[in-house]
Write a protein that binds this ligand. Structure first.
Ligand SMILES: [Zn+2]
Length: 278
């Protein structure tokens, strides 16, 4: 009897895995807006743009938005977006406007031993600028896989030690907000691909340490950093569960953990919006 139930559940699960699950909507800075592209024809996938970045567009077939429009834009909202300003998204020649709400992220105070990680010298800054350009190019990578990726599993096992969006102070000095989710895990523990994708950057960066960036298609990319080891190279095609590298404490850290960034339309958003049952 138990076996039958398990088989039944598995059957349901594999059916569910075929249908497209949209990420969770959260119209706040650092969140995601799902904008039904009303009035656009079904025969051609429109291209959409938001704040000069190309935006993911999915078919609404088999989704709760199917009776509103044929297509939905899935747009990442920047942490610095202002709730007082109407947001403007363009698809084909049509403008779509939407509002966002404010979100108050908590502050976090960290102390790091390497003072250059708080006040980099001019050489460090020049290096970081080059590395940032390399990372932004990876975040802007555009590809269109047959099966769009809209869901992630967690890339490492462990407690969430710092959520996305925290306002950050290093050695009491204000710095950029936390652009990802931290998962605490022991040095050397595995980091896996949370969805299919292609490796588009591998580097050893000033702040991020050993880093890998994956492209999942339609403007969705993900970054893994502070690793002790990377197991992949640029161009590798990974499936869910494939090894990326190992947990470490390289770059600007207070201890071993994975920093996991998820980027949509070159905009860093809360990774957990893509994780079901987190
Ligand atoms: Zn982090």
């Amino acid at each position: 009897m138990k076996k039958l139930i398990a088989a039944g559940l598995l059957g349901l699960y594999s059916f569910a895995a075929q249908a497209l699950t949209l990420p969770e909507e959260s119209r706040v800075p650092g969140g995601i807006a799902l904008i039904p592209l009303e009035g656009l024809p079904a025969d051609k996938r429109p291209s959409a743009w938001y704040k000069s970045n190309r935006v993911m567009v999915l078919s609404t077939r088999d989704t709760p938005l199917a009776d509103k429009a044929h297509w939905v834009a899935v747009a990442g909202i920047p942490l610095k977006a202002k709730p007082s300003q109407k947001q403007h998204l363009r698809a084909s020649a049509t403008s779509y406007y939407f509002n966002i709400e404010g979100k108050e992220y908590r502050a976090q105070y960290l102390t790091v031993k390497n003072k250059r990680h708080v006040n980099p010298d001019p050489e460090d800054i020049a290096r970081w600028r080059r590395e940032k350009a390399e990372m932004v190019a990876a975040f802007k990578h555009w590809s269109t896989p047959k099966q769009p990726v809209t869901q992630f599993i967690l890339p490492a096992k462990g407690p969430f030690s710092s959520p996305f969006g925290l306002k950050r102070f290093f050695n009491k000095q204000p710095r950029n907000p936390h652009s990802g989710l931290d998962i605490a895990a022991p040095q050397g523990a595995p980091i896996i691909a949370p969805a299919p994708g292609t490796v588009v950057a591998v580097g050893d960066y000033f702040f991020n340490g050993q880093t890998v960036i994956m492209d999942h298609g339609n403007g969705l990319t993900s970054l893994y950093c502070h690793m002790s080891r990377t197991d992949v190279k640029i161009g590798d095609k990974l499936n869910t569960g494939d090894a990326i590298g190992a947990i470490g404490k390289t770059g600007r850290v207070t201890g071993p953990h994975l920093h996991w960034t998820v980027s949509l339309n070159n905009t860093r958003v809360d990774p957990l919006l893509f994780v079901e049952g987190k």
